[in-house]
Design a protein around this ligand. Structure first.
Ligand SMILES: [Zn+2]
Length: 191
């Protein structure tokens, strides 16, 4: 049984769909005989119709069925609500390993079975950045690592780090670091 203070907290969590409480408790609705995760996007029931449970099995033993929308009975990370964060994580991982070097966002989206637009939206919502911005950061990171190898020419570094031209590499590098790639190299190895 829960205390009044906990009860008030949990009602508030349901009303605000607070993700902090996802997995902590489940909310069952007496009018529909359905139970949900606190983050369920379905319309919230009146407080007097809510009952709280600490586990799915307790809710089911009390005669409630799992909501089809938020899937409280599914393994975490496997429900429809988790699809966007999971997609964003996949995209970030792919871009970090160079998936957009010589490949379009649309082609990357295809390999993940989503639309170009869906991919951009997921990324912007979860990471707050565009695919282009992430890809650029990844290339610049790769470039700074390669520049420390003095045997590689600047042109080699540009292409090896995923830039499609030396001119673009120089421009992007200067914009990010306020110096040219060769200046960066001199400062790095000259000391
Ligand atoms: Zn639900």
């Amino acid at each position: 049984m829960t205390t009044d203070a906990t009860n008030a907290l949990w009602h508030h969590a349901v009303e605000t769909r607070d993700p902090t409480f996802d997995g902590v408790f489940f909310v069952a609705i007496t009018s529909t005989k359905i139970y949900c995760r606190p983050v369920c996007p379905s319309r919230t029931a009146r407080p007097e119709n809510r009952r709280f449970f600490m586990s799915c099995s307790d809710a089911e033993a009390a005669g409630f069925r799992a909501c089809k929308r938020c899937r409280p009975d599914a393994q975490s990370g496997q429900t429809p609500l988790d699809v966007v964060p999971r997609l964003a994580r996949q995209v970030v991982a792919q871009i970090s390993s160079g998936a957009l070097n010589g490949q379009s966002v649309r082609a990357l989206a295809n390999t993940l079975d989503v639309s170009d637009r869906h991919l951009r939206r997921a990324l912007s919502r979860e990471v707050g950045a565009s695919p282009f911005r992430l890809a650029l950061a990844q290339r610049l990171r790769a470039a700074t690592a390669l520049l420390s190898d003095a045997r590689l020419t600047i042109t080699h570094v540009a292409y090896a780090s995923g830039f499609q031209s030396l001119r673009r590499f120089n421009a992007a590098f200067r914009q990010e670091f306020r110096m040219s790639p060769s200046e960066w190299r001199q400062r790095g190895t000259g000391a």
